[in-house]
Design a protein around this ligand. Sequence first.
Ligand SMILES: [Zn+2]
Length: 203
Amino acid sequence: MANDSSKILPKEALDVAIDAVSEILGEAGVNSVVKHANLDYLLVNGKVVDGQKPTFGDVGQVTEAFFDIYGKRGATAILKRTGRVQFQKWNEAYPTALSAAGLALKAMAPAARIKTTLNVVKLAAKHIVHVESEVKEDQDKIYFAAFQCPYCAGVHADQSYCLTAVGAIEAVTKWATGDIWNVKEISCLAMGNKACVFEISPT
Ligand SMILES: [Zn+2]
């Protein structure tokens, strides 16, 4: 199934994402990116205007704006940082999701901790943004596959695009194990693949 860019993104989820960008680029930075994406009507004072229904495609357009404004290198650094901050903010906004897992993790090996945490993320993704995903393990690597993805919705690219998700998954590995593992997007809906797949391996 194609990545549906008309899919509605809950306002709360987008507010968390905007907060994260604002922490990194400041409000002026948020405004210039949103304006470049022709989405300035969606926000007032850094919050989604009541009654607006932001879509996955809007987030895809914002990701493209980052690439246009900051170039590939700049956008990569900013989006990965945004993803890391987004995970922290998401954890604050929805504290119960991970607190139960946190206690159980202590007795597990690092890879199992990451898998358990990603399974919580998978449930939250389904519940909060209605995204289907899958967690798998193969030898010493873990894979997280998302079958819909706001970060690249509506985008056609010849490279993987979902650097915000890479940063967020890096933050998951740090939260679960105390170390940042290597995270790379090995297939992307923007490239015509059937999922955005993130490969997670120990450093
Ligand atoms: Zn992707």
